[in-house]
Ligand binder design. Sequence first.
Ligand SMILES: Cc1ncc(C[n+]2csc(CCOP(=O)(O)OP(=O)(O)O)c2C)c(N)n1
Length: 379
Amino acid sequence: MLRPENELLDILKENGIDFIGTLPCDKIKNLCALIGRSFFHVPLAREEEGIGICAGAALAGRRPAMFVQSSGIGNMINALLSLTGFYKFPLALFVSRRGVYKEKIEAQVPMGQRLPRILKGAGISSTLIDSREDFRGIPGKLADIYSKNKIHVFMLNPVLWEAFEGSAGSAPVLNPPLAKDLTCRVSNKSKKPKPGLTRFEILDIIAPHLDSKVVVCNLGFPSKELYNVKHQPSNFYMLGSMGMATPIGLGIALTSKKDVIVIDGDGSILMNPGSLATAAYFEPKNLTIFVVDNGAYGSTGNQPTFASSCVDLELVAKGFGIKNTIKAASRKQLTEAMQYPHKGLTFIHALSVPGNKDVPNIPLHPLEIKQQVQDFLKS
Ligand SMILES: Cc1ncc(C[n+]2csc(CCOP(=O)(O)OP(=O)(O)O)c2C)c(N)n1
């Protein structure tokens, strides 16, 4: 008899899902191990980054899905609402629901039990999948998700997998080993040039190098300033979901041949640094992560971030395994960094002084922003 894991993944395949992000749960470990055989599989460092990566993949025309634990919903709820829901990206979320069936870990209970109410309160539709018979309803929901650009959550009861646990027909499925040598490549040679330019001045200097590239820009003033310095239809302006710029850019880079530049901020990178590891692991040749480090949460009043004291973001990037890293502060250094003959994934650490330019709001509707970038990616 076909294992339920295979049956479920077959349903996804038949319905055109072609991109899956996962953060494993013990209950779905066998299912997670099978995903890489038939799908583009992105193992995640945090569920929230998966929301950004899947949004990027959806921009590039993929049909993304995620497999996570119920606790992971708590790690993604803002991004789910302010990115996926706000821009109307399609997403099928398969959630291993804990805390409701023979649960041995108490800490799983508060989130797992409340999950349906949390989702209802968030305005997200969901379906309980308590038996294999419930699989029959999945194709109809999937069609709805991708035709209407919706989020839908399938709550997978652990009872689904129970019949095959420890039984004769259930040879454990082994997770494929990571294919790369992840030896730390840190070298501590970086000198810290002195910042003197504001973010706006930096954007102005690099603007000619953004031509006809997909630019994913950090929320708040960075996006407003970029719109005023250089608007082009391939600019994806973030209007919320702090910490998601690099994951979105990574998702696009993994699924498109276009060159992608992420303009991120120190506060946002520090909120979701794990996405640098994901980027380093996949090493997309077409991705540049350009971090404007003003040592502050510039858009909310210049409160200092740890990048102003103890953290060197270039070393962080190196530590996560990104090989090509550059520090730049002056006009000359920034121009050289943007002209750097990119051999692959590159991290540019642009040091700036705090300060926002008094620019008007972006007059585009989020769906317009999305459409323009999608059209560019199709061209
Ligand atoms: C989850 C979350 N927490 C806090 C905020 C409020 N917020 C919006 S922009 C921002 C600062 C971002 O700082 P950084 O990435 O360093 O960029 P900068 O504005 O300094 O260029 C903050 C704290 C938010 N939007 N989302």
